[in-house]
Design a protein around this ligand. Sequence first.
Ligand code: DX5
Ligand code: ZN
Length: 221
Amino acid sequence: MLKKGYLSPSILTCDFTCLEKSIKILEKAGCAWLHLDVMDGHFVPNISFGVPIVQSIRKKSLLFLDTHLMISEPEKYIKAFAKAGSNLLTVHIEVCPDIQKIVKAIHSLGVKAGISLNPGTPVELVEPAIGVADLILVMSVNPGFGGQSFMPVGLEKIKWLRKKIDHAGAKTLLQIDGGINDNNLHTVRKAGADSVVVGSALFSDPDPGNKASEYLKIMEL
Ligand code: DX5
Ligand code: ZN
């Protein structure tokens, strides 16, 4: 069953000197979520940004801050990211195998909890997150960089998880992240993604606001 859709624009590839302007464009287009890619240069081979940026964004925006922690030992940092204003904290199962424990810890901070898995991680490993986590994030690229090509294994995992979530009657949302653009947004949405992360396809467009409106419409088809 398809639930309401949430487009979650990733700011990873936007120009950080005009971050506020970019966020306002997304708000004006009608976006409700913002995807924040936190990278530590350890769990993934790249470094992006951390707590201070989340804090600054929170001061300027009321958007639902969907924070994707691509970091080792996320349990050490969840408190700081929750305090900074994140509404959802998603951690990776590859570094956080005890789903119950991390979800409980995140919930105790008063924010929603997500569990993510890399393209090479078997989908069965996140099955216990159904009905426990608020969101499961399926990676359709190897995390670390924006602008990579979509890996079809992500679509297969979305289909598999959609069936399991519906069968369980669970409220857990299903999200996909990586390589989403004009060619596959409709497909992943129809396959059962409740939330879709889009980064470079929005920010490489000459008119990101217009592109966001277009994608928001596709999310509702
Ligand atoms: C990848 C990040 C993604 C990515 C999305 O490590 O988690 O959120 O930046 O960007 P695109 O849409 O360009 O793949
Ligand atoms: Zn992400």
